[in-house]
Design a protein around this ligand. Structure first.
Ligand SMILES: NC(=O)c1ccc[n+]([C@@H]2O[C@H](COP(=O)([O-])OP(=O)(O)OC[C@H]3O[C@@H](n4cnc5c(N)ncnc54)[C@H](O)[C@@H]3O)[C@@H](O)[C@H]2O)c1
Ligand SMILES: O=C(O)C1=N[C@H](C(=O)O)CCC1
Length: 250
């Protein structure tokens, strides 16, 4: 970065949370970024008004309000908070309409390896009749299934539909409700919670005589930071809504 180039002014929502702490450290350490505000629950959002980009790692129940506020202020946003249904994404598109200078990147997972795991899974999907997703996280995670698992299931379902595959074969009757996990677009998803885990996912594919397991592990929240910084640097050049990190990696 040259002396003439201005640093991107960044604000962080959820700054005292597990991810927020890591994001503040990463922004602070980057030569081309300036951390202008780091706020958490109970703090006034006005401290963020001077930011050019806000990063949100809060909770699904407050993220929409933060995002609408940022867009109204003319601030671009990078969002890692989970809970984005198609309905919510459509709402964000509505807020962005008529705001040509503002970008929003919403990604269920900022780990580069996790993004590749989802891409590989979508690619493999059409070749296997069976598929199940097993996501594993720390026990303080508030939501299940994870945003990553939901996104992966939807991508796999789309690839299966495009390939003309029917339902995943399964003759099992649930003797205990939940024994076969949740179902997202026809794909079974199992959520495991255990102390010691951070964020992990396996996608298990099966067909006659073989299985394929695609697995990703985040052992440390530092793993999400290259993706978050990539999005912070790119978001103002991408007006409108970008879902997932994939287009930023191409
Ligand atoms: N996309 C990704 O790569 C990725 C990675 C990790 C976690 N996540 C998601 O990010 C979210 C946060 O995860 P976490 O582990 O950091 O959770 P956390 O509970 O440690 O942190 C959330 C923080 O948000 C704060 N908060 C609540 N309401 C707020 C408000 N109105 N304004 C500002 N701050 C507020 C809380 O006080 C807390 O400090 C979750 O939805 C999680 O699933 C996404
Ligand atoms: O720790 C979490 O919470 C995580 N949430 C995201 C998800 O729900 O997919 C990404 C992985 C970590």
């Amino acid at each position: 970065m040259t002396d003439e180039q201005e640093k991107i002014r960044v604000g962080v929502f959820g700054a005292r949370g597990r991810m927020g702490i890591e994001v503040c450290k990463a922004v602070d350490a980057a030569d081309d970024l300036e951390l202008v505000a780091s706020i958490d629950q109970g703090d006034s959002r006005s401290a963020v008004s001077d930011a050019q980009v806000v990063v949100d790692f809060t909770t699904p129940d407050v993220v929409m309000d933060n995002l609408r506020w940022a867009i109204e202020q003319g601030i671009s946003a990078v969002v890692g908070t989970t809970g984005f249904t198609e309905e919510r994404l459509e709402q964000v598109r509505g807020w962005l309409a008529g705001k040509p200078g503002i970008g929003v990147v919403i990604a269920p997972n900022f780990g580069i390896g996790a993004v590749l795991m989802m891409q590989f899974a979508a690619r493999a999907a059409r070749h296997f009749e069976s598929v199940e997703i097993i996501e594993q996280h720390h026990p303080r995670k508030l939501d299940a299934p994870s945003g990553t698992a939901t996104h992966t299931a939807r991508q796999i379902a789309r690839a299966r539909a495009e390939a003309g595959l029917g339902p995943v074969p399964d003759a099992t009757k649930d003797e205990v409700p939940g024994a076969r996990g949740a179902e997202i677009d026809g794909v079974r998803v199992h959520a495991v919670r255990a102390t010691g885990l951070v964020a992990h996912q396996e996608v298990l594919f099966g067909t006659t005589g073989e299985t394929l397991t695609i697995r990703h592990d985040s052992y440390d929240r530092a793993s999400f930071m290259p993706g978050v910084l990539l999005a912070v640097r790119a978001v103002r050049t991408r007006p409108g809504l970008t879902v997932g990190l994939d287009p930023l990696l191409d």
